[in-house]
Design a protein around this ligand. Structure first.
Ligand SMILES: [Zn+2]
Length: 185
């Protein structure tokens, strides 16, 4: 594979046709890091859809395509995720190499989905059909998070987020900062 994601912002958006005057307010500053990352992600996803056989048009894109895309990205991952049988399973910093696969880290996927979800609507996609907002993806991300937390021995709780894997409380943001600095495990 050739990933030329490095290199500075060589003007690669040469094919930019004038965007539809969507509801987004014009932002008078140069693209932030987030914005340019979002644009890159969006292009990558579009390319992925075009490379499907048969190609998938954006209006036909559903949560299943997005899930396939996330799995497809795993081959480019850099996060070692130990299998159940590995002696390093559950160790945050294993002392040696093993043959477990590299994956995309949950945090990367989570952030990616957030950017694509925004990009979809900014590019004219109807919010009610936003494939990145589908419940299947939420479920998938939760599974990835939990399994990686187990495999790597790293609880994903230090992220200031309310998500608490123990209970599934639907939307109850309060009462989370259990900053348990003393959990030794
Ligand atoms: Zn391993």
């Amino acid at each position: 594979m050739m990933s030329n994601t490095k290199g500075k912002d060589a003007a690669e958006g040469s094919s930019s046709r004038s965007p539809l005057p969507a509801a987004t307010a014009p932002v008078p500053q140069p693209l932030s890091r987030y914005e340019s990352q979002k644009r890159r992600d969006w292009n990558t996803f579009g390319q992925y859809l075009r490379n499907q056989r048969p190609p998938v048009a954006l209006p036909q894109c559903n949560g299943g395509h997005v899930l396939d895309f996330l799995r497809y990205l795993d081959q480019f991952g850099k996060t070692k995720v130990h299998m159940q049988g590995c002696v390093f399973f559950g160790q945050p910093e294993p002392p040696g190499p093993c043959s477990c696969p590299l994956r995309q880290a949950w945090g990367s996927l989570d952030a990616l989905i957030g950017r694509l979800r925004a990009a979809y609507e900014e590019n004219g996609g109807p919010p009610e059909a936003n494939p990145f907002a589908s419940g299947a993806i939420r479920v998938y991300l939760r599974e990835v998070r939990d399994s990686q937390a187990k495999a790597r021995g790293i609880p994903y709780t230090k992220k200031k987020k309310k998500r608490n894997p123990i209970i599934n409380k639907p939307n109850h943001d309060h009462h989370d900062q259990h900053s348990s600095s003393f959990t030794m495990q």
